[in-house]
Design a protein around this ligand. Sequence first.
Ligand SMILES: [Zn+2]
Length: 425
Amino acid sequence: MRPVHHCGVLLLVLAVTTGASAAAQSDSALERARKVLRSVPLIDGHNDLAWEIRNSKTAPRDVAAYDLRGRAPGHTDFERLKAGQVGAQFWSIYVPGEVKDSGYAKMQLEQFDIARRTIARYPDQLALALTAADIEREFKRGRIASLLGMEGGHVIENSLGALRSYYDLGARYLTLTHNVTLDWADAAADSARHGGLTEFGREVVREMNRMGMLVDLSHVSPGVMSDALDAAEAPVIFSHSSARALTDHWRNVPDSILKRLPENGGVVMVTFVSAFVSQEVDDWEKIANEESKKLETQVSDTVERRRLADDWLAAHPRPKATLAQVADHIDHVRKVAGADHVAIGSDFDGFEYPPVGLEDVSTFPQLFAELVRRGWSDEDLKKLAGRNLLRVLRTAESTATRLQRERQPSTRTIDQLDRPVVSVP
Ligand SMILES: [Zn+2]
């Protein structure tokens, strides 16, 4: 507390009064948030639990050892999912695009195996969900509807047959790229080799629409976002991205794309990753990465390098993002794209250094309470929580039913579409 001067008594009284009324307001905001989340399933677009289990320090890939009934080491376990009122979760099936051993399929199948065994292990808590109807039914039953989303189009290895097989294993979205540019799509983090999607890339989008697998545009370049919106016959999603107008990070969605969502019907599921929601954190990380690269090239003594890195960190402490900044991004997407096109995609268990106030899966109601205090209506909060994503899934499902009447599974190959043999007359 700051020292009080002569009118300190009055100030103290004022402080107590304001404090008490703010607390009462915050309780009623939280109560309203909790009521909203009891009436509509909160659908989170991205959680990396399966990757966390794969890389467990004590028992890698061991679903039984990573006990979700107790306190798990990461961001996610049942007690905290319950406190967070999570109704449905897209569990990420992630394989790094940088890793190449015997192709991606082996690791991809192992990640399906981990996610599906996790879901099957707790039938009282989790249930595999493949449709919007599954989400609503499980929400009523009190189980967390568990959807699978694949992160990174490299995993299909340029094969529409592989894509269809992954759909049959339960995948309901595919992020077209992760951080590596593919033969058919540019990643935002990598070189723009194609200027967007190739013809085969557009065929991937069409085939996903035909099956009813959501096209996820997180991680792709703005060129791919634009081309996918042109090719899409169903609503797209961004499973975990925020607004580029507020934080100029390549993982975020530019306003020019947000403006196209009403016509497409898709949603941005706003993510919590600190560098994507706070410009200060983003700037700090860029400088910290440069510093780290500099030390690596200039100092070969690793102990000395560590000492210099520690000194640098002590002089430049990592800034923290906040819950309010995440709310700013949600507000921005609602303002530019509209209340029908915003949702939640936390990325818990996929990042370190969470924003203050959003430390793990238990904190979702606090975010909704913040939006209550900012004047959000219950109607808009319900859309944000789950109604928008349910609408997107339902539209994708009915589009798929229609497209399956119109066309057969595509047998086109990348060689046919992107490297056509030109016959010389
Ligand atoms: Zn990601």
